[in-house]
Design a protein around this ligand. Structure first.
Ligand SMILES: [Cu+2]
Length: 500
């Protein structure tokens, strides 16, 4: 993938100009070229590489055609007929960003900024980068059409480096590779397929939003089922699930483990060796893989996560059960390799329940709309209802997500980082009959590879998932939402306001 190059300076800091444009790109040898939406003509967008505490500025411009390339449901809030069909706004996922640069869903803009959303304030965004080394990603966040804009191609990586990470002497380019995993479906002519109707269909609304969508083809870094030639040595992979709704449980066909060194918001305290990694949409895993004893092998990266997760069907081993392939060469290109896996990575101060100033219990639930479709909700509230989450600046809060739906939801909060406290089963039937939430088992600690700073958490069905969140460093208006994009677009998103 290409890197983003600054076009000039602003306040003596790098200034980037990024144009959203439509291109045709061949995504596989056997597939005709596909019309995709891109940042600066790249699918996925070029990768930013920045340093901690070195701010950058970005002018994002929309130069897309006036008609969407995917089916827009105008019954979805924010995407009504009176709105321009092609609207964009960019959010840096996991970025500690001032509210005015965060890409509020109603801060959208059209080509040439001719029309803008109610919360639009500025065209140039500032990213202060006051956060630890990690892999973030930037993507579209326009109200009511985020699922379509990202599916069309509007996503890219944003990597932050810092001195703590440098001191670990981890593999660097070309032995450090991002792996952005996405699922898509295609028409025979190569164009992107996104359904205009759910199953069963809703004939009164056409096109109609779906409860979720799973493509039948897996892309990594914009290529369909690619292979990468690697040397028999240690590699670092920054894995991002950039799919709309698909979860991945990733493993290597030769059984070699991943050594996970980082999660959404940076390094773990110590490495965690695991043979499979579960990633919900928007989650990241920073991993090391040692190919030194796999000379000449062809290793397939496998996926066996159900869709919808976890109650759905297993992927087809011949299609979505495969992600990509590593072809390990028999020789090293140089005898000097830094193949050492550090034993200690970072210090993570553990937040405990006693530090919390406030606790909120928040339901993850659904409700039928007037056409019988499922509306996914956060605490039974629609996007348009008054703001109910107003944490104080530097207040520490525990948010308990009580998932009363059948599926897992990856819950993401903008601007902040948090830690997962625990997960606990509760009596689902009791809740359905009496509306009371009664735990039925002990609180379970997060998985070893979740014991770092996170910005997205899997909230499983039939469980209470608790996170502890210090709200800062900025005040203002942000959002929290489910990162299954079909849920996010159809009401599973709410504003929150950090008050001074
Ligand atoms: Cu969801």
């Amino acid at each position: 993938m290409k890197h983003m190059v600054p076009s000039s300076c602003l306040n003596n800091q790098p200034f980037f100009e990024v144009r959203m444009i439509q291109i045709m790109k061949k995504l596989h040898r056997d597939l005709p070229p596909t019309k995709v939406w891109t940042y600066n003509g790249e699918f996925p967008g070029p990768t930013f590489r920045v340093w901690k505490n070195q701010p950058i500025h970005v002018l994002w411009t929309n130069e897309l055609p006036p008609k969407h390339i995917l089916p827009v449901d105008t019954t979805v809030h924010g995407a009504e007929r009176d709105k321009p069909e092609v609207r964009t706004v960019v959010h840096l996922h996991g970025g500690v960003t001032p509210a005015a640069s965060d890409g509020y869903p109603e801060a959208w803009f059209t080509k040439g900024f001719k029309k803008v959303g109610t919360h639009f304030t500025q065209a140039v965004y500032t990213y202060p980068n006051i956060q630890n080394a990690t892999t973030l990603w930037y993507h579209d966040h326009a109200m009511g059409i985020t699922r379509l804009n990202i599916y069309a191609g509007l996503a890219g990586l944003y990597i932050i480096h810092d001195e703590e990470e440098q001191r670990l002497d981890l593999p660097t380019i070309p032995y450090e590779l991002p792996l952005l995993i996405q699922d898509r479906s295609f028409h025979p002519d190569g164009s992107l397929f996104y359904p205009s109707q759910p199953d069963p269909p809703v004939p009164e609304v056409n096109p109609s939003v779906l409860p979720d969508f799973f493509g039948d083809t897996i892309l990594v870094n914009g290529n369909v089922w690619p292979y990468v030639e690697v040397e028999p040595r240690l590699y670092r992979f920054r894995i991002l699930n950039g799919s709309n709704a698909r979860f991945y449980r990733i493993s290597l066909s030769n059984g070699v483990p991943f050594v996970q060194i980082g999660t959404d918001q940076g390094l773990l305290a110590e490495p965690v060796s695991i043979t499979n990694i579960l990633l919900a949409p928007a989650e990241r895993a920073d991993v090391l893989v040692d190919f030194s004893s796999s000379k000449g092998e062809r290793i397939t990266v496998l996926n066996d996560a159900e869709s919808p997760f976890p109650q759905g069907t297993k992927p087809d081993p011949l299609t979505t059960g495969m992600i990509m392939q590593f072809r390990v060469k028999s020789q090293l290109s140089s005898s000097k390799t830094n193949d050492r896996i550090p034993t200690q990575l970072s210090f993570i101060p553990k937040l405990t329940e006693s530090q919390a100033h406030l606790k909120r219990q928040l339901l993850l639930n659904t409700r039928p709309d007037s056409y019988g479709r499922s509306i996914h909700l956060l605490d039974d509230r629609l996007w348009m209802e008054p703001i109910s989450e107003t944490p104080k600046l530097w207040g520490v809060e525990i948010w308990s997500f009580v998932n009363v739906t059948k599926a897992a939801h990856p819950i993401h909060l903008h601007m902040v980082r948090f830690q997962i406290l625990d997960r606990q089963p509760y009596d689902v039937e009791g809740f359905e009959e009496e509306g009371k939430i009664v735990p039925t088992g002990p609180r379970r600690s997060p998985d070893p590879n979740e014991r770092g700073w996170k910005d997205t958490v899997r909230a499983n069905p039939n469980e209470i998932t608790r996170i502890i969140v210090p709200f800062g460093p900025y005040t203002g208006l942000y959002v929290w939402h489910c990162h299954i994009l079909e849920h996010e677009d159809y009401e599973m998103m709410r504003p929150f306001y950090v008050i001074p």
